[in-house]
Design a protein around this ligand. Structure first.
Ligand SMILES: Nc1nc2c(ncn2[C@@H]2O[C@H](COP(=O)(O)OP(=O)(O)OP(=O)(O)O)[C@@H](O)[C@H]2O)c(=O)[nH]1
Ligand SMILES: [Mg+2]
Length: 376
């Protein structure tokens, strides 16, 4: 392969360079020169993620992200906006209208394999549509998919075909929602290449630039970079904790019957205090978190002491003070009346509980903690 300025990494889109080992896009010169032009070429970072599952997070500042991604609004194209169904609000790109301009948008809510299989998918989809409306985003169509488990990918491709009108397609969304995994599934269908071409990783900011692939009709489909929003828990977790905290498989709902004045710890990452209060008796709560996170129940009066003494040992992750989380703050939810609600910690999971209740959530400042009507 000739060494030119415009060789791009096939895995993340970064420009290849052979000078600076510590900088993005590095490949030793002799490797580039020996490389077969018809084969994908991977920068050192992608090579390590792909072959050694190395954790290589890259902090893409949100201004840089906006600069890159807003190139799309000048192009007449079809946007496929990807959100993570497990963290819809957290992974919904703020300013999406500004980024996509007047372009048509299809919404694909990914990672549907994480939801318990008993969940009513129609209900989830109508909830997704409501949220889009709340966000002021008009979409042509919406669909639930799983890029990892290959669920409804053909149906999404049908939608893309239906709406693309000979335009290029951009797969857009926050970091870690599964854009590259989706594009790999699409490439697999088009080219028959089994191996993932694009680099996929649980670490944030894996894709660094646009990476385009030709479609059958002569247009191009682009994978794009993502950013983590400030209110997503993932942004504050380091390698050790991240793998355990992000759900990897179908979530097993965990049911607890709690007396007033009891506390539940979600590892050392968050805490729910169930307070007594007018008419708040026993609470039946259902927890939806990564199956790898351990839950500890204690009396509210012992909770502060337990957290102080057992954080990093019993209450994990995080595993050491080196994995510094922002300080914890409390959010108070006092619901009277009736109805079933979810209290969500953005990116980590949620509990489902019936009103009336009085619950105080402790979670790192910045991380989004909010109440919604129950989705399950
Ligand atoms: N459970 C589940 N995990 C998924 C799915 N799709 C992707 N993932 C996982 O989510 C993580 C992120 O996937 P990527 O495809 O790298 O996400 P991305 O949106 O391209 O991320 P950036 O390149 O950082 O913007 C990886 O650990 C994937 O294995 C899915 O459908 N279900
Ligand atoms: Mg990616």
């Amino acid at each position: 392969m000739q060494l030119t300025d415009d060789i791009k990494c096939s895995g993340c889109g970064v420009t290849i360079q052979t000078e600076y080992k510590e900088k993005e896009g590095f490949i030793p010169k002799h490797v580039v020169l020996k490389h077969d032009e018809n084969e994908p070429i991977y920068c050192q970072r992608c090579f390590r993620i792909r072959n050694y599952q190395e954790y290589a997070s890259n902090d893409l500042a949100s201004e840089d992200y906006i600069k890159v991604i807003s190139q799309i609004n000048t192009k007449d194209s079809l946007i496929v906006l990807i959100v993570d169904i497990f963290d819809f609000s957290g992974s919904f790109l703020p300013n999406i209208k500004r980024l996509t301009g007047q372009n048509d948008v299809i919404l694909a809510a990914n990672k549907v394999d994480l939801l318990p299989s008993s969940v009513n998918k129609e209900k989830i989809l109508s909830w997704v549509n409501e949220l889009c409306q709340d966000e002021g985003l008009q979409v042509l169509d919406s669909i639930l998919i799983s890029s990892k488990k290959n669920i409804y990918i053909d149906e999404l491709l049908e939608l893309i075909k239906k709406y693309k009108n000979n335009r290029d397609v951009y797969i857009v969304g926050s970091s870690n929602v599964g854009k590259s995994k989706l594009v790999n599934q699409i490439i697999r269908r088009l080219s028959g290449v089994e191996k993932d071409v694009l680099t996929v990783s649980y670490a944030p900011n894996t894709t660094l630039n646009f990476v385009g692939f030709p479609l059958e009709d002569g247009t191009t489909i682009y994978d794009t970079p993502g950013v983590l929003n400030k209110h997503q828990y993932l942004r504050y977790l380091t390698k050790t904790s991240l793998k355990q905290s992000i759900p990897q498989k179908e979530i097993k709902a965990q049911i607890y019957q709690l007396d007033p004045e009891q506390t539940l710890f979600i590892g050392g990452l968050a805490r729910f205090d169930f307070l007594a209060g007018d008419k708040c008796g026993k609470s039946n709560v259902v927890l939806y978190f990564s199956n790898n996170l351990s839950i500890h129940r204690t009396k509210l009066e012992n909770a502060d002491k337990l957290f102080e003494e057992k954080r990093y040992t019993l209450l994990t992750p995080p595993y050491s003070p080196n994995e510094a989380l922002p300080r914890f703050v409390k959010t108070d939810f006092h619901m009277r009346g009736t109805g079933k609600f979810d209290i969500v910690i953005s990116g980590l999971g949620f509990i489902s509980v019936r009103a009336p209740f009085h619950i105080v959530v402790h979670a790192p400042v910045m991380v989004g903690v909010y109440l919604r009507k129950a989705i399950i």
